[in-house]
Design a protein around this ligand. Structure first.
Ligand SMILES: [Ca+2]
Ligand SMILES: [Ca+2]
Ligand SMILES: [Ca+2]
Length: 328
């Protein structure tokens, strides 16, 4: 390598180092970012920021971050206070429609001690989207974003969304799973429901179709949910059935919910038995018991009555014969 090449290499190296330092600056927020029209767009990874000091209690600075949401994904997000000052830092979430959204926060929506973290999970069953993280208060912070693919975009929505309406006799398949990141668990729950408008028995059968190590749980309920575990499946091809009796006095639609959680793949089917076999059986049994008890009570009485009649009749016959004998 001659002197000119060494010079060239040195210049390139200096440029790389300079660019690298510039990139690390870009990892932090970039003012102005005070409105949803002018946010910092961030994706997976860490972003650092600072709320420029205003009064001793608060800051006029607001930092808005637009977070991209991939198609069918789970987004774990967190905000950590990184300075040792006394300022509180608040985190708010807004949807792509710029309306406030509540995403179950792991801890409080504000942090006031160095190292304290507030966390949340956003679940997206649809196409790619975005949401806003809005940071206010006073102090320095870092935001962390982590994406996870939704394992089963095709099956039922989770407990936070509306359950899926299914029709009687139709076989459906799905999968439930768990994801853990940074002290937060996302537990997939698949919720199905069926509507019935008359007295009936709703029967749900769940069959496990994968040979993984997890366990699949399910519960069937007409009004409350997660009240009990009706079904527990550990092995492939294992299947269990549970049923719930519906007394539909009003004749309006009653919903019966099937919730499935745990880990594994499954198939489900709903069956509805509208016959009143159980009632018919019950009433027949009551009738039979009444007949038997009546018969056992009345039979001796009937025998006594018959005996009395026979005795009375034979006594009368004897009297007649006596009278005839006297005349002769
Ligand atoms: Ca700022
Ligand atoms: Ca700002
Ligand atoms: Ca699922």
């Amino acid at each position: 390598m001659d002197g000119r090449n060494i010079k060239k290499a040195t210049v390139i190296l200096v440029m790389i180092v300079f660019m690298a330092s510039f990139i690390s600056v870009v990892d932090g927020e970039e003012e102005p970012n005070d409105s949803m029209d002018d946010p910092n767009v961030i994706g997976e990874g860490n972003t650092t920021g600072r709320l420029d000091s205003g009064s001793s209690y608060s800051s006029n600075d607001e930092d808005m971050f637009r977070v991209n949401i991939p198609v069918n994904s789970i987004v774990f997000f967190s905000l950590k206070k990184t300075d040792t000052g006394s300022g509180d830092i608040y985190l708010k979430t807004f949807g792509s429609d710029r309306e406030s959204i509540y995403l179950s926060h792991y801890s409080s929506p504000s942090v006031d001690v160095a190292g304290e973290v507030t966390r949340g999970i956003l679940v997206n069953h649809g196409p790619a989207d975005h949401f806003f993280l809005i940071v206010t208060g006073r102090g320095e912070y870092s935001i962390n974003i982590k994406y996870h693919d939704m394992d089963d975009p095709e099956d039922a929505p989770g407990s936070e969304e509306s359950p899926m309406l299914v029709s009687e006799g139709k076989k459906l398949s799905g999968k439930v799973f768990k994801v853990t990141y940074d002290h937060q668990d996302y537990e997939d729950v698949d919720s199905f429901y069926i509507n019935v408008a008359s007295d009936c028995t709703v029967k749900a059968t769940v069959k496990r179709t994968d040979d993984g190590d997890g366990t699949i749980y399910a519960s069937l309920n007409d009004y409350s949910r997660y009240s009990s575990v009706d079904i527990k499946l550990d092995e492939k091809d294992e299947s269990e059935t549970t049923s719930v009796r519906i007394y539909n006095y009003g004749g309006n639609d009653e919903s019966v919910y099937l919730d499935i959680w745990g880990e594994g793949e499954y198939e489900i089917i709903f069956e509805v038995n509208r016959g009143l076999e159980s009632e018919v059986f019950l009433f027949s049994m009551i009738g039979a018991v009444l007949c038997i008890s009546l018969m056992t009570t009345l039979l001796p009485v009937a025998i006594v009555i018959v005996m009395i009649i026979v005795i009375v009749k034979s006594t009368k016959k004897g009297d007649k014969k006596k009278k005839i004998g006297k005349r002769e």
